[in-house]
Ligand binder design. Structure first.
Ligand code: CMC
Length: 429
């Protein structure tokens, strides 16, 4: 019996099987040989939320949820947030290494030369109602990009693939800002490539009639760091969606649009918006203990807390909490900060949360920053999406280049009716 194997005895038949273990993992397909008879389909695993199933091999992001560690391509998130910038981090995620000076300059040039969107996109946006949720606008606008760049279907051409990534990184902030301005009925602001990536985004969002947007460097840096912190998070719901949709060999825009649709949900990127709604509902500190009781008896959920992977403080939440104080120096303190701090203190010391290892996640404090910077709540998930676009692109590219990639196609346990004959309507009860 090999050391790196798993011995399985099927007590239904008494048969024994040796399954190879690689990287602390067994291949689900190796279980298919386990059958009770020749007609048996063979054993499968049942893992409805992929809680214990690795769907790919990846070199991009490492998380140790127990220790609260997050690294992109080996670099600790704390160092990247302190020393890098979003475009450099995007390069790192997509190309695998930090760029040298000329690679960096070329990359910035390539991305910023794709910040403009086709004028027709503005007409497309005009079709949305004034109160359309910006995430709905984003999901559809990203999908619409595939109609402007049909060559994106050519997945085998490396240069074409990279061009679409430049376009995505360049255009997603522009589309996001256009969607926001559409909702307010404001004239669209064109990109200004003299600003940094984050600075240009703030310019497109908030510039009014002034000839040049007066960019605050603290807010610019905060925006950039928030993009870095959201840039990737291995096989989360949206990234898995990008990979699953992309595995059918659709173009990157369709795959990233699907990813942003997954991000929209309140259990994923929608949580930052849900946190502010929760703080608003709590209203003041005297209502916190009643709210916590509601959480413990299942009537409420403490949004911005808990994570499928982190069973420790989310390292991004730590950085964001510090960043919040820097932003509040400029914008004034967010009135909900005190409620959030007290909620955190109570939750970190309460047995319900301690026992379940529930800690603040990336969304707990980010909404407070966004709100203080002047973003409406509906835009919060869009901000998450702008940063995560880099990760979706990197993961999509890795999936396309992986020889083990096949179309994603899970199995099911069928538990419906056995075969039966069709009954005409006149004979149905
Ligand atoms: N408030 C109260 N109880 C919670 C919470 C919470 N935020 N999160 C988990 N629990 C409880 C849950 O009820 C369960 O209790 P019990 O064992 O008694 O049934 C236990 O903790 C384990 O939770 P789970 O639901 O099995 O955990 P999960 O891995 O399926 O869910 C999660 C992870 C993030 C969806 C969940 O923690 C949650 O809903 N959090 C609030 C929403 C949120 O902040 N989402 C952002 C996640 S981070 C950014 C991102 O991924 O987009």
């Amino acid at each position: 019996m090999a050391d790196n194997s798993l011995s399985i005895t099927d007590n239904r038949t008494g048969k024994k099987y040796e399954i190879e273990i690689t990287d602390d993992t067994i291949r689900a397909m190796d279980l298919r040989q386990i059958k009770v008879n020749d007609d048996d389909f063979g054993m499968m695993t049942y893992d409805p939320a992929f809680t214990n199933t690795a769907s790919c091999r990846s070199d991009i992001t490492f998380i140790d949820g127990g220790k609260g560690i997050l690294r992109y391509r080996g670099y600790p998130i704390e160092q990247l947030a302190e020393k890098s910038n979003f475009l450099e981090v995007s390069y790192l995620l997509i190309h695998g290494e930090l760029p040298n000076k000329s690679q960096y300059d070329a990359w910035v040039n390539d991305v910023t030369h794709h910040t403009l969107v086709h004028e027709r996109i503005k007409k497309f946006l005009d079709g949305f109602r004034y109160d359309a949720h910006p995430m709905g606008i984003l999901v559809s606008s990203i999908a619409s990009l595939s109609t402007y760049y049909p060559e994106a279907k050519n997945l085998d051409d490396e240069a074409i693939r990279m061009l679409q990534i430049h376009r995505l990184l360049g255009k997603v902030p522009t589309i996001s800002a256009l969607g926001y301005r559409h909702s307010l009925g404001l004239p669209y602001t064109y990109p200004d490539n003299e600003f940094s990536y984050a600075g240009n985004f703030l310019n497109m969002m908030f510039r009014m009639v002034e000839p040049k947007y007066d960019l605050d460097p603290v807010l610019e840096r905060a925006m950039d760091v928030l993009f870095i912190l959201h840039a990737d998070h291995e096989q989360n719901c949206s990234t898995s969606s990008a990979r699953a949709v992309g595995s059918s060999r659709t173009d990157i825009y369709s795959a990233v649009s699907a990813a942003s649709a997954a991000l929209y949900g309140p259990l994923h990127g929608g949580a930052n918006e849900a946190v502010i709604n929760m703080l608003h509902k709590i209203g003041n500190k005297s209502n916190i203990s009643g709210f916590i009781e509601g959480v413990k008896n299942g009537e409420e959920r403490l949004m911005g807390f808990g994570h499928r992977v982190y069973k420790n403080y989310d390292p991004r939440a730590k950085i964001i909490k510090e960043l919040a104080y820097q932003v509040f120096e400029v914008t004034g303190k967010n009135p909900y900060l005190d409620i959030a701090l007290e909620l955190e203190q109570i939750a970190l010391n309460d047995e319900y949360f301690v026992k379940r290892k529930l800690y603040p996640n990336v969304d707990f404090y980010s909404g407070l920053i966004y709100q203080s910077m002047g973003f409406p709540m509906e835009m919060f998930t869009v901000l998450f999406a702008i940063g995560r676009t880099a990760g979706w692109a990197a993961q999509w590219l890795e999936m396309i280049n992986d020889p083990e990639t096949k179309i994603a196609r899970p199995r099911q346990i069928y538990q419906g009716a056995e075969e039966r004959d069709f009954v005409g309507m006149d004979q149905r009860d």
